[in-house]
Design a protein around this ligand. Structure first.
Ligand SMILES: Cc1cc2nc3c(=O)[nH]c(=O)nc-3n(C[C@H](O)[C@H](O)[C@H](O)COP(=O)(O)OP(=O)(O)OC[C@H]3O[C@@H](n4cnc5c(N)ncnc54)[C@H](O)[C@@H]3O)c2cc1C
Length: 326
């Protein structure tokens, strides 16, 4: 049986490990975090219900269900009706439930083990080690452009089924109702992220205590693939996120399945992922820039309400729907 080492036990590494095990490989998963901390990463984990196509989501992981998002430009608010709707998940519980499934299926799990060199004793190695990937660096590949995401949480009821987004020139701020509390956050490429975030929190009369942050790769700079026949990358390590939101989970789960289906033919994986994502990334970047430009300078051009697939938006269909409504 061929041996595969998965480096990184985030949502993507755990998924790849489980699927490769089911495909008959002998799988070894490593993460530098210990079992208690494994699921603890700054991440809103606001994902569409498509996640259920990939990962089993226990009911107690779902903190809230989200029907849409209001984009609050200074002079206009646009309502996006999410189709499919979204779930606000407790990332810690989700990761822990994936981990127990993995152990049940017989994946060999090594936690509290930081991998510093590409392991040589395995037939294949998959780097799912996040935005600052050691596996990517060891392959000598280019580094992705990074943005920073920051979060604070307020203990107050957050039962609304709408999230709010507040675009700024270098990114956006958000408010997510999470059931028993409300999350505030920012994703930005600004060199002064904390200043912008603190200013926003002050205006919302929110305390800044227990702020957490993490990096997010910007896929507009291009996906990163290994040319090594023994080593592949997936998830944030390959720089894959939605260019308009920085959301990496759903897109990376699609990429993870492409990797598993083609395993160990990494050239085929690269071809399939490029064919599937490259145009989506380009279109997403253009649409994001156009909507922001119009939102700030020509808000009257934008509709009040759009039916919207937040994973695979069809900008032409949204436009046709809009004309139809007028
Ligand atoms: C503030 C914020 C909010 C976000 N909100 C959303 C959201 O709402 N929806 C969404 O889809 N995405 C969101 N994202 C992005 C999302 O978190 C990532 O795209 C996703 O977690 C990537 O998963 P991953 O498994 O590739 O990487 P990670 O979750 O980063 O996992 C990598 C794992 O590798 C381990 N590791 C790293 N180096 C080593 C090493 N050398 N040896 C061993 N282990 C190692 C780490 O400990 C970690 O457990 C957000 C990100 C941030 C920062």
């Amino acid at each position: 049986m061929k041996k595969v080492a998965i480096i990184g036990g985030g949502i993507i590494g755990l998924h790849v490990a489980l699927k490769l095990k089911e495909k008959g490989f002998d799988v070894f998963l490593f993460d530098k975090k210990n079992e208690k901390d494994l699921g603890l990463k700054p991440c809103s984990t606001l994902v569409s219900e498509r996640i259920r196509q990939f990962v089993s989501v226990p009911d107690d992981c779902v903190e809230n269900t989200i029907d849409g998002c209001r984009i609050n430009f200074p002079k206009k608010t646009i309502e996006l009706d999410f189709n499919p709707r979204h779930l606000v998940l407790n990332r810690d519980k989700l990761v822990k439930s994936q981990l127990s499934l993995l152990k049940e299926k017989g994946v060999n799990v090594f936690l509290g083990e930081e991998i510093k060199e590409t392991p040589s004793q395995y037939d294949y190695v998959v780097g799912c080690d996040g935005p600052i990937s050691i596996m990517r660096r060891k392959l000598g590949l280019k580094e992705p452009k990074l943005k920073i995401g920051m979060q604070v949480f307020m203990e107050k009821q957050g039962k609304s089924s709408f999230t709010d987004v507040f675009p700024v020139k270098s990114g956006f701020l958000w408010q997510i109702p999470r059931g028993d509390f409300v999350e505030y956050g920012i994703l930005t490429s600004s060199l002064r992220p904390k200043e912008i975030f603190l200013d926003f929190l002050k205006k919302q009369k929110i305390e800044e205590k227990n702020m957490v942050s993490a990096l997010v790769p910007f896929s507009g700079a291009g996906m990163i693939f290994s040319k090594d026949k023994r080593v592949a990358l997936c998830g944030d390590a390959m720089g894959l996120t939605k260019p308009w939101s920085g959301g990496g989970i759903i897109w990376s789960l699609y990429a993870a399945d492409m990797l598993v289906n083609n395993f160990p033919d990494f050239e085929k994986y690269e071809k399939e992922a490029r064919r599937f994502f490259e145009r989506k990334i380009l279109k997403g970047m253009i649409a994001d820039k156009l909507v922001n430009f119009a939102g700030f300078y020509f808000p009257f051009l934008l509709p009040k309400k759009i039916n919207y697939d937040n994973d695979f938006p069809d900008f032409i269909k949204s436009f046709v729907d809009l004309i139809g409504k007028k």
